[in-house]
Structures are given as C-alpha cells and as structure tokens.
Design a binder for this molecule. Structure first.
Ligand SMILES: Nc1nc2c(c(=O)[nH]1)N[C@H]1C(S)=C(S)[C@@H](COP(=O)(O)OP(=O)(O)OC[C@H]3O[C@@H](n4cnc5c(=O)[nH]c(N)nc54)[C@H](O)[C@@H]3O)O[C@H]1N2
Ligand SMILES: Nc1nc2c(c(=O)[nH]1)N[C@H]1C(S)=C(S)[C@@H](COP(=O)(O)OP(=O)(O)OC[C@H]3O[C@@H](n4cnc5c(=O)[nH]c(N)nc54)[C@H](O)[C@@H]3O)O[C@H]1N2
Ligand SMILES: [Mo]
Length: 733
C-alpha cells in the first residue's frame, strides 16, 4: 500500500450529525428503546440517538448506540444491527459516559513550566499552535530538514481519520517515526512466511467449528464478544480446549485446559504433528495440492521430534498430546485461535509457524469454521486520504527515518544524524506501556519540545511540555473496522466537543494553518475542512464493493454498521496463498531471507538468568485497555491499583502473605506492590497485568526489559517484544 515500512495496523488500521430520532431510525436496541416510548420520542427532539464506534485497539471494535438528552449522553448500549456486537458492550464500554464526563478530562491546551514539575498553565489553541509551529520551523532551519521531529503514535484510537496525525507530519517534510507494533508482529511474520499474510476467518464462524483450540488467547477478557460464539459452539457439542500457562477466565470455560510451560507451544504443536504423521491422520491430498516443502518438514519432524521430548519440554503428559492430536486431526472443521500473548516470546514467531503447520497438514485452512486464526486486515482498504498530501516543495531528503516502537527510548537516544529534538505523541502512553520507561524518560530529556495529544493526564503527559486536549469518539466523526471481525462501523458526532477538545484531524488542520501563516508553503496539509467530507473521502470502490454501501452517510442512515461480503470471511477459501509459490509454504525461502530456519522448527526458549529465577508475565487486563478505562470511577471502584499475583507455594518460600507489599526486581528497575495469592498461576511465575492506573506513578513495565521477539521485521518493519520472557526476583518489602 502506501509504504511497506508502515506497521500493519499503524498504517492499515488502518448521519449528518443529525441523529436518528428515537424510534424512527433502524436502531434496534431494546434497552435504549425502553427508555422512552417511541411515539413520545418521535415528537421530542430532546432525545436523540447516534451510532458510535468504539475505536480502541481491541478485537471487538463495537458498534454503539448512544442516547443523548438535551445535548448530554445519558445512555449507551451495543448496536443490535451488528451480529457480532449483538446489542451488548463489554464492562469497559458500558462506562463510556463516565469517560466522556470524567472531571479528569484535559480541558484546554496547557504548557508545563518544567517537564515533570506539574506546574501547568492554560494557554489558548493559538498559543499552542504558535509554540509548536515555531519549533518545527526552527528545527527545519537549523538542521535543513525535519528528521529531528519524531512521531510516536499507536493504538489509543483506530478511527481511520486519526491517520491525520501521520498525514500532517508527512506534510511538513520527512520526519522520524516510531515504527512497528507491540501487538502481533512475530505471529504476523510467521503467518506471512507460511501463507503470505495473516488472515483470519470471521469469528462468528466459531459456531460452525467441531473443535476449538484457544491457544494463548484470553478472549473472556480481551474479546468478550467472541465468547458468545464459542459458547454457542459448546452448546452444540463442540469441544473447547484452552492452552495457557495461566488458568484464565477463558480456561475456566474449557472442556480441557492444558497448563503449558511458557514459550514451549512450538514443542506441543510439533509433538502433535509427530503423532498425526505416525498415525497417517494428515490430509495428504491437501498437502499435495496446496503446499510446498511438506517432505522436508516430515524429514525434520521424524528426525528431531519425539513425543517424549515434547512432553518433557511442555510439561504436558504424552497421552494428552496424543489424544489432543487425534481429536484435532479428526474433527472437521477444527478451529485454532492463536492469541497475541503466545507470541510475546523470543521464539514466538517460530511457535506460530509450528501451529500453522498443524492446521495446514490437517486441511483445516480455507474452511468455514476452521482456520488458524490470528489477525486480519482484509477490511482496511480505505483511501487514507489524510496521509495523501506529500511533502512541501523543496523538501530535502528522501524518506522518513524509523525507530523501533518496541524499543523506543533506546532507539531515540541512538538516532544521531540528526538527533531527535522534538516529539509528537498521540494515541500513545509510552512512559507506561513501553518496556524500560526509565530509558524512555532519558530520551524525553533530550528533547527541546514534547507535545502530547491526549484525553487525560498520564505519565507521558506529565513529562511533556505541551498537552493538547482531544475529543472522545462521541464528540467527532469517523469510521472504524476491526482486525478480527468483518464489520465496518460508523461513528457520528453525538455531542459537541467538551471544553476546548479537538479531534486529531482538527489539530492537524489547525497546526497546518499556523505553519502556513508563519511560513507560507511549509505544510501541505489542508488548513480547514468539514469532518463529514473528510470521512466520505475514505470510501473507495473497493470498500463499496466489499460492504455494499455507497457512502458513510448511507451507512449512517441504514443501521450504522455493515458486514463485509462472504467473499472474504473464510480466509484462504480459494487456496491462493500470497506466498512466492502461491501455495502454503512449510518450507519458506522468505523466512531464510529474514534470518530464520526455512521450516517451522522448534527454537529453544529464553532461559531464566540465575539471579532472576521467576518469570513475570504481564497479560492484558479485563477492566481496562492499556492506559484506558481503569482510571474511571466505576472501574476504579472494583480495582484501583496494580498488584502482583503469586502462587501460595512461591509466596510461602518468601514469607509473603496476601496483600503484603512485595519488591519485584530485575536489572531494568523495581516495583513495590501488594501481593495477591492465587493458585491460577504456576509456582515459578508471577503475574502483573499491563496498564496504567490513575494516581499510581509506576506500571509493570518498570521492570520489563526490551527483549525482542524472533520475528516482526518482515511485515511491520520491526521485531516485536518478548514481554513474557521477563525474569525477576521477589522479596517481601
Ligand atoms: N480487556 C482488554 N481487552 C483487550 C486489551 C486490553 O488491554 N484489555 N488489549 C487489546 C490488545 S492491544 C491486544 S494486543 C489483545 C491481546 O489479546 P490476547 O492475546 O488475548 O491477550 P494477552 O493477555 O496478551 O495474552 C493472552 C494469553 O496468552 C498467555 N500466554 C503468555 N505466554 C504464553 C505462552 O508461552 N504460551 C501460551 N499458550 N500462552 C501464553 C497469557 O497467559 C494470556 O492468558 O487484546 C485486545 N483486547
Ligand atoms: N508489559 C506489557 N506491556 C505492554 C503489553 C503487554 O502485553 N505487556 N502490551 C502492549 C500492547 S499489545 C499494546 S497495543 C500497547 C498499547 O499501548 P498504547 O498504544 O499506549 O495504548 P492505549 O493506552 O490504549 O492508548 C494510549 C493513549 O491514547 C489516548 N487516546 C485515546 N483516544 C485518543 C485520541 O483520539 N487521540 C489521541 N491523541 N489520544 C487518544 C489514551 O487516553 C491513552 O493515554 O501496550 C503494550 N504494553
Ligand atoms: Mo496490542
């Protein structure tokens, strides 16, 4: 697409504000309708309903129906026109009105006197634009180019219009970009080596599966709407297997739970493969017709893999491996969901390749209800019009420069020619969400100017010079799709922007205006424009064909949400893989090009260093999404601070009791936080959920090291991060 160097989602992911009067539109939420009788509502313009889209970095990307009374949101619920959202929101989504009207919203542009001092003063938008624009022009003058300006933007909001921030920076010249993604890179490379791309079946097809393996995924927390389809499958007799080192809430729903040793899933998959080969349970016709390299793979497996070895490595008894292998190979269709958690390891990509091989050799790829499902982007083909303006005339240089988003602090410090002097942070909280925040902080210290656009104060905003207040989704327009389901959701402006908040697109236009005032021609980004016109420019013929709607406005008037047509919802149905050979590649030359073994071999796991014997896993948290939601009063009432989970047997060794304060340490840093004893985790592991909590000045990442995963550079330009190969020691505080 535009540039191969953009990370998949960083790049790809890429009603007139007049509402549908309650009862008149196609909105079918029972709960919302229950609020006011239809006839009454039709007469009353006090009460209006709008379609919104949850834009967070979440599989579920829900379609929302928002009720507004006298200009204020009083109720929100899921859109029933969307068969995936199914009229329901998750626990976080239901708190949105609290998010919008939170007293903690950043209300005005502000300047901080002394980074980290807390001494903020309100400034006008004009002052903010002037300070920023002057700095940009000063840098350009001093260095002859704009490479000292660095953008770090990721996943706070995936509204397609939000790519305006990238677009605005491209409109001033070549800049430095945080590239890559912390979500899925190792697994996405693995699937790209095997199949040419990561591409998943419609999750509503869980209902068509005869057998489901959730492999290192915790959808009960991270994709609540998917659980409905999994439960439906179970009702009709489908067996559900969950493989995880932790007994998660998803595990509690399983017919069979396999508590695997972390980072050994490749050995389990290869053990299953060995058993399937030995019993001739693979699909020989599929393999012969649609793949390359199977013979080489068979030789590797026969020579190197035994069930004894697989059992020893994984901690899974041999009879269990054999039974699961037989069940999986004989159920048709059998469905595997590979979670992102599983590939956050130094051998994560190679593990995904082994699981892909299992699905391929049993003929489960290209089948409705089957598949080896991980992530997909078939619905992301928008115009990305906000990124289309190009650099100003006379710009020096040839291209943007990239630093790895997954090792941001260190790479910013390493970039010398020219050094980075200004940072623009949007949709991102690197001081909380990145490993080694101390290094990120050092990188900030080197800046002349740090600008952060956000909704709330957080650790990154606190260490910025200028903060720009942004809108919630309810205060602006947009369009959203998912990297998992196949729906496209409209986002209408339901209420006026609160305080002085602006959307990132409006900020881009405002800054361009100021730059052009100060130095005509210095920014190619439009200086004004109507948001609905902007969003209509995203729709092209491919999107029209895929979704069967003409325009954003048509969709707004017709239910606010639409599903892509059936041509794309079964991944690889035509069995035309996007690999160099056009077939499934057990043997991948592309993998070799990127420094890997051509076959899906087992790669040894990262071992605990002697001084830090305890593994620290930091998975995603049910009551928040990274830095978002867990600062809202309703969710804080349930849990308002981080904690460390410890198995009672491990706790006993260190004389630690429930709620005792514990130091968790390694070379990167140390944390002191209360212990929560639980038997849901292994005895050699602690768990700290990732995320930021209000009024807590640290996150689990204070002792997470930036250890790269094995893959990621092929698809997203940068390797991922082995968040779960982090080792610590603990002691009672
Ligand atoms: N509520 C909520 N939902 C979210 C998010 C959130 O923060 N909160 N984040 C969103 C984002 S950005 C993402 S990337 C996704 C992540 O979605 P998931 O992949 O579901 O999430 P994780 O919690 O990272 O990891 C899933 C599981 O992998 C397990 N795991 C870790 N190591 C291994 C291993 O070696 N083998 C196996 N088999 N399992 C292992 C963890 O114990 C965990 O239970 O969720 C999205 N949805
Ligand atoms: N230890 C550990 N750390 C992890 C992970 C892990 O598994 N373990 N997972 C990683 C993963 S997978 C991810 S995706 C990252 C996520 O990390 P981030 O990309 O930082 O994600 P968020 O916290 O969701 O969003 C960042 C900020 O965006 C702001 N925001 C929301 N809407 C808007 C908007 O419209 N405009 C602007 N300008 N800002 C907005 C939010 O208020 C928030 O402060 O965290 C990573 N960190
Ligand atoms: Mo993520």
């Amino acid at each position: 697409m535009l540039t191969e160097n953009f990370s998949r989602r960083t790049f790809l992911k890429g009603s007139a504000a007049l509402s549908t009067l309650l009862g008149l539109g196609a909105i079918g939420s029972k709960a919302a309708k229950g609020l006011v009788p239809t006839a009454q509502a039709a007469e009353s313009s006090r009460i209006q309903q709008f379609y919104n889209a949850c834009p967070r970095n979440c599989y579920d990307t829900c379609s929302i129906v928002t009720t507004v009374e006298d200009g204020r949101i009083t109720f929100i619920t899921g859109n029933e026109n969307n068969t995936y959202t199914k009229g329901r929101l998750c626990v976080k989504g239901n708190t949105y009105p609290r998010v919008v009207y939170s007293p903690d919203r950043i209300k005005y542009p502000m300047r901080q006197k002394g980074r980290g001092s807390g001494d903020w003063e309100r400034i006008s938008w004009d002052e903010a634009y002037t300070i920023i624009a002057k700095k940009i022009l000063e840098i350009k003058k001093e260095y002859g180019n704009t490479l000292p300006i660095c953008l770090n933007k990721y996943s706070g909001n995936f509204n397609i219009l939000n790519y305006a921030t990238e677009g605005m920076l491209s409109s001033i010249g070549y800049t430095t970009r945080a590239q890559g993604t912390p979500c899925d890179p190792a697994g996405s490379d693995a699937q790209a080596f095997d199949m040419g791309a990561a591409y998943n079946n419609d999750p509503e097809q869980f209902m068509d599966a005869e057998y489901i393996i959730l492999w290192g995924a915790n959808p009960a927390w991270t994709s609540a709407h998917s659980m409905y389809f999994i439960e439906q499958a179970k009702e009709k007799g489908t067996k559900l297997v969950v493989i995880d080192p932790l007994i998660t809430q998803t595990a509690s729903k399983a017919d069979e739970f396999i508590q695997i040793k972390p980072s050994t899933d490749g050995a389990l998959a290869l053990g299953m493969i060995r058993s399937i080969m030995d019993h001739q349970l693979f699909d020989a016709a599929w393999v012969n017709n649609h793949s390359v390299g199977f013979n080489e793979f068979v030789s590797y497996v026969k020579k190197n893999i035994t069930l004894e070895w697989a059992s020893e490595k994984t901690g899974v008894p041999q009879p269990v491996i054999e039974r699961i292998a037989r069940e999986y190979a004989t159920a048709k269709p059998a469905n595997i969901w590979i979670g992102f958690g599983m590939q956050r390891h130094t051998n994560g990509g190679s593990m995904v390749r082994a699981i892909d091989a299992l699905a391929a050799m049993t003929g489960n790829i290209g089948k409705r209800g089957g598949g080896v499902n991980y992530i997909g982007e078939e619905t992301w083909g928008f115009n990305y019009h906000t990124m289309s303006f190009g650099v100003p005339e006379g710009t020096v240089g040839e291209a943007d420069r990239y630093v790895n988003m997954n090792n941001f602090g260190a790479q910013v410090l390493d970039a010398n020619d020219p050094p980075i002097k200004m940072m623009w942070i949007a949709c991102r909280n690197p001081m909380a969400q990145d490993p080694e925040p101390n290094v990120v902080k050092k990188a900030f210290d080197q800046m002349d100017l740090v600008v952060t656009a956000d909704l709330y104060m957080n650790q990154t905003v606190e260490y910025s010079d200028i903060v720009l207040p942004v809108t919630t989704p309810f205060e602006t327009v947009g369009i959203n799709v998912s990297y998992w389901h196949y729906w496209m959701n409209v986002n209408e402006q339901a209420i006026k922007p609160l305080y002085e908040a602006k959307s990132d697109l409006e900020i881009a236009m405002g800054l361009s205006k100021k730059l052009n005032e100060l130095q005509p021609g210095s920014c190619t980004f439009p200086v004004s424009g109507n948001l609905v016109e902007w969003v209509e420019k995203e729709i092209n013929d491919d999107i029209r064909e895929l979704f069967g709607v003409k325009s954003w406005d048509e969709l707004r008037k017709n239910g606010g949400t639409v599903k892509a047509n059936e041509k794309v919802t079964v991944a690889w149905e035509d069995l035309n893989f996007r690999t160099p050979s056009g077939k499934y590649e057990f043997y991948s030359e592309k993998a070799v090009e990127y420094g890997h073994h051509p076959l899906p071999v087992f790669v040894e796991e990262y071992k605990a260093p002697a001084e830090y014997p305890i593994r620290a896993i930091s998975p995603h948290w049910k009551l928040g999404i990274h830095s978002q939601f867990q600062h809202t009063d309703w969710l804080m009432a349930i849990q308002d601070h981080p904690f460390v989970e410890i198995h009672p047997a491990l706790a006993k060794k260190y004389y630690i009791q429930d709620n005792d304060l514990v130091h968790v340490k390694n070379e990167a840093g140390y944390l002191t936080l209360p212990a929560k004893l639980t038997k849901t985790i292994p005895t050699d592991t602690v768990v700290m959920y990732e995320g930021w909590w209000k009024d807590v000045n640290y996150t689990e990442n204070f002792n997470v090291k930036a250890i790269p995963s094995d893959m990621g550079d092929f698809q997203s330009g940068q390797r991922g991060i082995a968040f779960h190969d982090n080792f610590v020691k603990i002691e009672k505080a």
